[in-house]
Design a protein around this ligand. Structure first.
Ligand SMILES: Cc1ncc(COP(=O)(O)O)c(C=O)c1O
Length: 282
């Protein structure tokens, strides 16, 4: 997957160069998207492009491309990289300017896209689920913006990794917000709970799909945050993201979650999610 897109050109990765004065490099002043590609086709592209625009609006940055321009360049990049299953990454930064906190005027944003092979979700997550630990949500107050400034997320994810866990589940003011790189769900007596869309969570595209699937299949779902105590007593815990799909968390802080195996509601959701992926409908 050697080809990348940078500011209007398709280049090999080693040809693509960005100035050291790019505000993405100096200030983390940018936003991004990660889009799964199945058999050469983007999954939920409209949702991702809409969220990109929302993130850009959130940081008062101009979108360098119309949706049809993004669609065309994405199609070309996927083809140049051989089609199949890919993980597509888009990034927009405010552009190149002398370093200053104040926004520069009249600067063209830097537009970048690359793709990597999409790793299939490991079989062990399907059969056994994965481990998570709880950590304090140390991120900022605008987690709804998909900003490239990922230092807190990275520190949290590293801490989980060093504890042998896949994900950190984040607690803010006593409530579960989401994972360091995923949305989170808790099943209590057959009802699925996930935190509402506000500035404390990223509005996950996979989360939208999970909610649509649940509603279309009469699986009770409520967009309401659960307390840390409810999380610890949950019948099932899941996380979701574009590249990991929906994964059951079967160990939390070293304790088995309801028997330590993926639960029945996750089994239903995963089966429906796989169908949705194939057909593109709930
Ligand atoms: C903090 C955070 N929440 C949620 C998600 C899931 O979002 P999506 O389903 O759009 O991949 C991600 C994805 O990377 C994330 O970083």
């Amino acid at each position: 997957m050697d080809k990348v897109y940078l500011n209007g050109e398709f280049l090999t990765a080693d040809q693509a160069k960005v100035s050291v004065f790019d505000r993405g490099f100096l200030l983390g002043d940018g936003v991004y998207e990660v889009i799964p590609v199945y058999a050469g086709k983007c999954f939920q592209l409209d949702g991702h492009l809409l969220r990109l625009q929302t993130s850009l609006n959130g940081v008062r940055m101009k979108n360098p491309h119309s949706n049809s321009e993004w669609q065309a360049l994405i199609k070309q990049l996927i083809e140049l990289n051989g089609g199949g299953d890919q993980s597509l990454y888009l990034q927009v930064t405010r552009g190149v300017a002398p370093r200053d906190h104040i926004f520069p005027e009249g600067v063209t944003p830097t537009a970048f896209a690359m793709s990597n092979p999409l790793q299939p979700v490991p079989e062990k997550y399907k059969t056994k689920g994965a481990a998570a630990i709880t950590l304090a949500d140390i991120r900022w107050q605008n987690c709804n913006i998909k900003a490239i400034t990922l230092l807190p997320n990275s520190l949290l994810k590293q801490q989980a990794h060093e504890a042998g866990a896949l994900e950190a589940l984040l607690i803010r003011d006593g409530y579960l917000t989401e994972g360091a790189a995923s949305n989170a769900y808790v099943v209590i007596q057959g009802t699925i709970y996930t935190a509402p869309k506000d500035e404390k969570v990223l509005p996950g595209i996979t989360r939208d799909v999970v909610i649509d699937i649940a509603k279309a299949n009469n699986l009770p779902i409520i967009e309401q945050a659960v307390t840390e105590q409810q999380l610890k007593q949950a019948d099932e815990i899941w996380i979701s993201s574009s590249t990991k799909e929906v994964v059951a968390i079967t160990q939390l802080d070293g304790e088995a979650v309801a028997g330590g195996v993926p639960g029945p509601v996750w089994q239903k959701m995963d089966a429906l999610y796989q169908q949705y992926k194939l057909k593109g409908v709930a």
